[in-house]
Design a protein around this ligand. Structure first.
Ligand code: ISL
Length: 573
């Protein structure tokens, strides 16, 4: 391990992500809430969790389910109150767990008073708190956006504002205007928000698309990569932009004062050196980041609804790169494969067929907990929850990105998408829509999976009768107990499993992903069969003693190992 990597609480911790809308409803309104989370803290603690990250709970119109904040210092009433957050933090502390808040400051809601003021005139005190530009006009005198950047959710990233007679930048939904970080008052306001929450007992932040906060100020047109579309991804001009490090170091000084844990979400960057400038231990920026390669393996660069075939061999390429190069450069990884934006890993990359599903979920537990970095577990992942089944109609997909992807297709094709284009989008949604991870949690086999006594805000997958927490808590062989075992083993073996080096092991079978974790005095082998086929492989490593295995036994003889479908094990070598 790189000499700058010192033992630290957040390196050894396991993180659990909660999507508040879908975790647990305590008041029967059909939407999850903070009291529901308080009621289930023992369940989370039972898994061995140290840090709980909540997707946004601030006041919000919920256009993008809380990623559109209208008051950073208050709580969305549908979720609770500031007082309930205080109780939640106190209840977590009692259980030795730390609270991490989602900080969404690349953009706010268009209902935030800052934006309301900003749009009211070109001369108001907050006039340049957001990114405003005059219109362009084409040869026919038609009004056009200031450049060709596309939005992640719709067509153009610019929205016309009648009131101010200018366009504003919104990289996500129109209701999520981008804040202008060039303005020192905006930066100061964010520092103030961060301090407010740290003083209230928050122990860290997950920072939403934080690598987008600094934009190239000339706002040039993006290169054409999608010839069929009027609008093009402008990421080159705002992902890890010119002043990002300055801005992050400004925040970093506050984080350091409170010993806060920070994980930045950083899409659209795959250059290790760029990331090391952020997570390098001596940089004073962020502890770690979410890098997107692992969650983009079945999609084309154009976006999540454009599918590409997934191969297990690709997993090796991704983890071998990030797992070796980030620690070698003195940085730290966030290890994840699911979150509220990603379809369920077993459905996307493994199998959710009944005979494989539990094995696949347990394989993911080995994969997430035995790489080098801080592991992130997304609610329901520990139960082996799967995607929305295909027989559920698309009208149940209610995420803003899903809905607007249909609008965007219409806009790009002037209202005449071909049957093929429509069918491709349908398949894209069924495979990768964000809705899959957002269906309510399965607590038990009672009506609505024990999630709510009311009408659930979105579709509940009907496999809850079989796949639910109550059932798995009773069964020592369940995915839940296996995840708990994996989380515990990582900590017990921390000299190797947390702080050991990651060394790729090359196995000829393309379906077997294998690596070593090498500590000062001992080493582990981790091997995972990412396929439905039993495989046999030979590696110049003698398995001495199995530490963790998702099957009852492991067949091995000297250097020869047989793996069942989706078998994964950890062993001393
Ligand atoms: O297209 C993408 C990356 O190239 C997207 O994955 C995008 O960057 C990602 O969805 C950003 O996600 C975060 O910010 C969004 C919010 O809707 C997501 O839920 C959040 O995780 C806007 O706040």
């Amino acid at each position: 391990m790189h000499s700058t990597i010192k033992p630290t609480w957040w390196r050894e911790s396991a993180v659990y992500q909660i999507y508040p809308a879908s975790f647990k409803d305590s008041n029967g309104d059909g939407l999850g809430d903070l009291q529901g989370i308080i009621d289930e803290l023992d369940y989370i603690k039972g898994l061995g969790i140290d840090i709980v990250w909540l997707s946004p709970i601030n006041k919000s119109p919920l256009v993008d389910m809380g990623y559109d904040i209208s008051d950073y210092k208050d709580i969305e009433p549908r979720y609770g109150t500031l007082e309930i957050v205080d109780t939640l933090i106190a209840e977590m502390k009692k259980r030795d767990m730390k609270f991490v808040l989602d900080l969404v400051v690349n953009h706010s809601s268009d209902q935030h008073p800052w934006f309301k003021e900003s749009k009211s005139s070109k001369t108001n005190p907050k006039a340049d708190w957001y990114i405003w530009k005059p219109a362009k006009y084409d040869q026919n005198g038609n009004r056009q956006p200031p450049n060709n950047w596309s939005s992640f959710f719709t067509a153009s990233a610019w929205k016309w504002c009648e009131e101010r007679q200018e366009y504003y930048l919104c990289l996500f939904a129109d209701e999520q205007p981008d804040l202008n970080w060039e303005n020192p008052d905006v930066r100061e306001a964010v520092h103030d928000i961060v301090t407010f929450w740290l003083e209230r007992g928050v122990r860290g932040f997950r920072l939403d698309v934080i690598n987008f906060i600094s934009k190239v100020q000339t706002f040039p047109d993006a290169e054409i990569v999608n010839p069929n579309s009027k609008y093009q991804p402008g990421t080159k001009y705002f992902a890890n932009g010119p002043r990002l490090h300055e801005y992050l170091q400004g925040l970093g000084r506050i984080f350091a004062k409170y010993d806060a844990f920070t994980v930045g979400e950083m899409p659209a960057v795959d250059d290790v050196n760029e990331i090391l400038k952020i997570v390098g231990a001596d940089r004073g920026e962020l502890n770690t980041i979410f890098q997107f390669d692992i969650v983009e393996l079945n999609q084309q660069p154009r976006g999540r609804f454009f599918l590409k075939e997934f191969t297990p061999a690709d997993v090796k390429g991704v983890i071998n790169k990030w797992q070796t190069e980030i620690p070698q450069g003195g940085g730290w990884n966030a290890v994840f494969i699911e979150n509220h934006d990603q379809a369920r890993a077993i459905s996307r990359y493994l199998s959710d067929e009944p005979q494989f599903r539990a094995y696949a979920s347990k394989l993911v537990a080995v994969f997430i907990n035995f790489q080098c970095g801080t592991p992130f577990i997304y609610q329901g992942q520990e139960l082996g929850l799967a995607n929305i089944p295909r027989d559920v109609p698309l009208k149940e997909y209610i995420d803003v990105e899903s809905i607007r992807s249909l609008d965007a297709l219409n806009e790009e094709t002037n209202g005449h998408p071909t049957a093929e284009q429509t069918e491709a989008l349908r398949r894209g949604l069924q495979a990768n829509a964000r809705d899959h991870a957002r269906t309510p949690m399965h607590w038990n086999d009672s009506e609505n999976a024990g999630f709510t006594t009311g009408k659930p805000w979105m579709v509940i997958t009907q496999d809850y009768k079989e796949w639910n927490a109550a059932k798995q808590l009773k069964d020592p062989n369940s995915p839940y107990h296996f995840w708990a075992k994996a989380i515990k083993a990582r900590k017990q073996l921390k000299d190797v499993a947390v702080y050991g080096d990651f060394v790729p092991v090359s196995i000829e079978d393309p379906n077997v992903v294998a690596f070593k974790r090498v500590g000062e005095n001992r080493s582990l082998l981790v091997a995972l069969n990412f396929s439905k086929k039993a495989v046999e492989y030979t590696a110049p490593l003698v398995v001495k003693e199995v530490v963790l295995n998702n099957y009852d036994s492991l067949k091995f003889e000297n250097t020869k190992v047989s793996l069942e479908p989706f078998q994964a094990f950890v062993a001393w070598i």
